[in-house]
Design a protein around this ligand. Structure first.
Ligand code: NAD
Ligand code: DAU
Length: 334
């Protein structure tokens, strides 16, 4: 199978490319990525000499490059997106451009070149927040941030291209991913790296918001199962089964690093902050016989250790631009 993977230089996309090249010896991958601040080709150093892998720098909103590449493949897996909720609150425009217009551009190409499979990588955030119980794939979309509404916009376009044009689409909606080499703006890598630098850990609000943590390789396995065996026109939830509050998560990180809880500082809450995400993943389990199999504590320990031993990787990313964003986001001096 020849795949066009978009956003493959990002956190989940790079793990997916590595996974597919390793698990499927007949799989070829073209990685189309704009290399925004979140794209990092270092994440794929071990793949760059693989004859079954090719990188193309480009934008998913650019129909010319998207058409040229789509014409060469059997399936498209779209990871490319602006992904950070806090940045979507500060500067929403690029989210609408990439997550909506970019998705539209890819769908048009998938239609034109009669692609065999189009997989849209989406998020549990499109359902909004849930106090009790869990969202199923039939739950209403109720996004609360510019990020989640731009992703919901992309999902609705994907649905319409299946219904109207019979483009063979499938959507996956996963919970919060974690693992090595995640850009240090998201809570786990931010808090690990701040703690290693003895800097404050800015916990939003009361710290009792709940997220369900999914080890990134488990997500890649699930996406592979959906790509191979999922039903066209369907949505599949992918959760980790590890729901914990941010405060508990933060204390686990500090404990492992042997750092004091005095590093935690309470900062004003994120506007529109979703209280809890929770996914019902029985469809994935029943239809595709998939369930995550990584132990959360073990994977978190490995992740913390990875940041301890790969300090040059993240120190390069906490550069001038990052410090500018950080100062604006947390209203501190960079
Ligand atoms: P990321 O921010 O680490 O990477 C995004 C990648 O997309 C980067 O390599 C970036 O350069 C690229 N990109 C951005 N705009 C582009 C454009 N216009 N054209 C081409 N490339 C572009 O993201 P991630 O955390 O790996 O997330 C990947 C996908 O998974 C996203 O669609 C996101 O919404 C979804 N998702 C993420 C999580 C999570 O916890 N990280 C959970 C659920 C769903
Ligand atoms: O749920 C899936 C989503 O998970 C993905 O779709 C998004 O792309 C991804 O960014 C992530 O969104 P979150 O907003 O849940 O992740 P983030 O790491 O930004 O925040 C996780 C929780 O931690 C959230 O409740 C906010 C809180 N937080 C985050 C940061 C960055 C803090 O308390 N302090 C912080 O500094």
């Amino acid at each position: 199978m020849k795949l066009l993977v978009t956003g493959g230089a990002g956190f989940i996309g790079s793990n997916f490319i590595r996974y597919m090249l390793k698990e499927h010896p007949s799989c070829w991958v073209i990685n189309l990525d704009k290399l925004t601040y979140a794209g990092n080709l270092e994440n794929l150093r071990d793949c760059e000499n693989n004859p079954r892998y090719k990188f193309v720098k480009g934008d998913i909103c650019d129909a010319k490059v998207v058409n040229r590449l789509t014409a060469q493949v059997d399936a498209v897996v779209n990871f490319a997106a602006e992904t950070h909720v806090d940045r979507s609150i500060l500067t929403p425009e690029s989210f609408i451009e990439t997550d909506v217009r970019g998705t539209f551009t890819l769908l048009e190409a998938a239609k034109k070149y009669k692609i065999k499979r189009y997989i849209q990588i989406s998020t549990d955030e499109v359902y909004g927040s849930i106090a009790k119980g869990s969202f199923t794939e039939k739950s209403h979309l109720s996004p609360n941030s510019p990020y989640s509404s731009s992703k919901a916009g992309g999902d609705l376009l994907v649905r319409s291209y299946f219904i109207t044009y019979k483009v063979p689409t499938i959507i996956t909606r996963s919970s919060n991913n974690f693992g090595p080499a995640q850009y240090p703006e998201k809570i786990i890598p931010l808090f690990i790296t701040n703690a290693l630098e003895d800097k404050p850990l800015p916990l939003y609000g009361d710290g009792k918001n709940v997220r369900d943590w999914l080890y990134v390789v488990d997500n890649c396995r699930a996406i592979d199962a959906v790509l191979q065996r999922g039903r066209e026109g369907e949505v599949y939830n992918i959760g980790g089964g590890n729901e914990i509050t941010n405060r508990v998560l933060t204390n686990l990180i500090l404990k492992q690093l042997g750092k004091p809880s005095s590093l935690i500082v309470r900062v004003p809450d994120r506007p529109g902050h979703d209280r809890r995400y929770s996914l019902d993943c029985s469809k994935l389990k029943k239809e595709l016989k998939y369930a995550p199999d990584t132990d959360f504590t073990t994977a978190l320990t490995e992740t913390v250790n990875w940041y301890c031993t790969n300090q040059s990787w993240w120190k390069k990313l906490k550069n001038k631009d990052f410090k500018k964003y950080y100062a604006q986001q947390y209203k501190t001096k960079s």
